[in-house]
Design a protein around this ligand. Structure first.
Ligand SMILES: Cc1cc2nc3c(=O)[nH]c(=O)nc-3n(C[C@H](O)[C@H](O)[C@H](O)COP(=O)(O)O)c2cc1C
Length: 216
């Protein structure tokens, strides 16, 4: 698979089959993804794999915990245009695919909760970063994660990055054994997309080139 195809085919999958993914496959993706660049080559990503037995234990552990204060502000309060509309449109397009009506708050809440089951994915990674690190290193995490997700495409695996886990930082840190000086950025669900679930056919929109790029 060439890079353009992997970039085009990757999408956030929100309904997975229970087909298992081996730790060896995830280790291979992580090893390759670590070729991602980072400022000063500090390689700030700290990854915890939850899969197989540990996924069974994780699901039990999280079920007994209460939701927490978010680890960070996922979106700025008062999100400006055009970002606000882009976010709103994505939500509406997703709920349309799921057959959830605009005024069905319970349905929307139920869909949000599926984040906390990794949308049925059998495997996952959690991405942490040292608390000392700032925006430049957080951007390095993004490079690592996108590289990981593209390599997953090449390997026939699907993914969904999930900031939703920011609501469980304490419980996750405890479960994975992350030290005090590491903080959670996000989880990534990993598995095989369920081809029969309409939500997986969502092709999210993008701003046209002239809206985000200026040729000076
Ligand atoms: C860092 C990051 C965190 C995300 N967190 C969530 C999440 O918690 N739940 C979710 O359903 N989608 C999440 N997404 C997926 C985005 O909604 C998705 O990437 C965006 O709508 C573009 O769609 P695409 O990934 O299918 O191209 C996240 C994406 C990124 C990059």
């Amino acid at each position: 698979m060439d890079v353009s195809t992997a970039v085009d085919r990757r999408s956030s999958i929100r309904a997975f089959l229970d087909t298992p993914v081996s730790n060896e496959a995830i280790a291979d993706l992580l090893t390759k993804a670590a070729r991602a660049p980072s400022g000063g080559n500090v390689q700030p990503w700290r990854i915890y794999v939850v899969n197989g037995d540990s996924m069974v234990r994780f699901r039990e552990a999280i079920a007994s915990r209460d939701i927490e204060e978010p680890a960070y502000e996922v979106y700025p309060s008062g999100l400006k245009e055009p970002y606000k509309t882009a976010r709103f449109d994505l939500g509406m397009q997703m709920y349309d695919k799921l057959g959830i009506a605009r005024d069905d708050k319970a349905g929307r809440f139920g869909q949000m909760l599926k984040n906390y089951e990794f949308f049925g994915a059998p495997a996952s990674i959690f991405c942490f970063v040292d608390r000392q690190m700032g925006p430049p290193q957080w951007s390095d995490l993004g490079m690592f994660l996108q590289t990981f997700m593209l390599l997953a495409q090449e390997a026939g695996l699907d993914t969904c990055p999930q900031e939703a886990w920011a609501m469980w930082e304490g419980a996750i840190s405890e479960f994975v054994g992350a030290p005090e000086d590491e903080r959670l950025f996000c989880g990534v669900a990993i598995g095989h997309a369920d081809p029969d679930e309409p939500v997986n056919s969502l092709r999210s929109e993008r701003f046209p080139l002239d809206k985000f790029a200026t040729f000076v």
